[in-house]
Design a protein around this ligand. Structure first.
Ligand code: CA
Length: 232
């Protein structure tokens, strides 16, 4: 088995070096790109298992890097942003990163999120290999969730979700009308135990509502979210 490869895209050398050293210490192979075009080239050459991507870069920015890479490969991307509202803006634009972290972040948190994304990518790959086994398509009114193909249709139209958005929808839809806490969602979808990352859940809920319609997911203030199936 080849070593897990992570591409770190960051134009600030001190941050890039610190992140790379920490990830190497986990036993991963790490390469660093200092600008967007180099990052796209490196992604094509390396086929990394994960990309840690700063959003503000010289040349093309992290949004464009994500678009170009995801046009070819479904590589998980952990995006580094400067502020929480920047994360919301990126979600609103439908950038499709798998997770977001706001600077400054702890290295412990970075490693935990990288591990969670890598684990989930492995699960997804394993699920793809098992896809021959018939898994029923779950439908709620005009919403159809195909877990084998990992595809979602609403009113006959395919809705393109990121792997994280898909897993979050499946988790919510498994218990209609039931409130799931952010902590529960983080633990199940992100494999992420520490509740300090709860902002990520809110951002991905926002993305799901934008893509699927606002009525599907109800906010229970201070608690979490509940899936409300569309009527027949
Ligand atoms: Ca930067």
């Amino acid at each position: 088995m080849t070593k897990t490869t992570i591409l770190v895209v960051e134009d600030e050398p001190t941050i890039a070096t610190a992140v790379a050293q920490r990830l190497v210490a986990e036993g991963w192979h790490v390469e660093v790109a200092g600008d967007g075009l180099t990052a796209v080239d490196a992604a094509a050459r390396l086929q990394p298992d994960l990309i840690v991507l700063d959003v503000m870069l010289p040349g093309i920015d992290g949004l464009e890097v994500t678009r170009r890479i995801h046009a070819h490969w479904p590589t998980p991307i952990l995006m580094l942003t400067a502020r929480d509202d920047e994360t919301d803006m990126l979600i609103g634009l439908g950038v499709g990163a798998d997770d977001y972290m706001t600077k400054p972040f702890s290295m412990r948190e970075l490693v935990a999120r990288c591990k969670a994304l890598l684990r989930r990518a492995q699960h997804t790959a394993a699920a793809g290999q098992r896809a021959q086994a018939p898994v029923p398509v779950v439908t709620f009114g005009d919403l159809a969730i195909d877990q084998a193909q990992r595809r979602v249709h609403r009113d006959g139209e395919e809705i393109h979700l990121t792997p994280t958005e898909f897993d979050l929808l499946v988790m919510l839809a498994a218990s209609p009308h039931t409130v799931l806490t952010r902590e529960k969602l983080l633990a199940e979808v992100w494999d992420w135990i520490d509740a300090s990352g709860t902002r990520t859940v809110d951002s991905h809920i926002k993305a799901l509502r934008r893509k699927l319609g606002a009525g599907l997911i109800r906010t229970v203030h201070g608690v979490g979210y509940a899936f409300e199936p569309p009527s027949e």
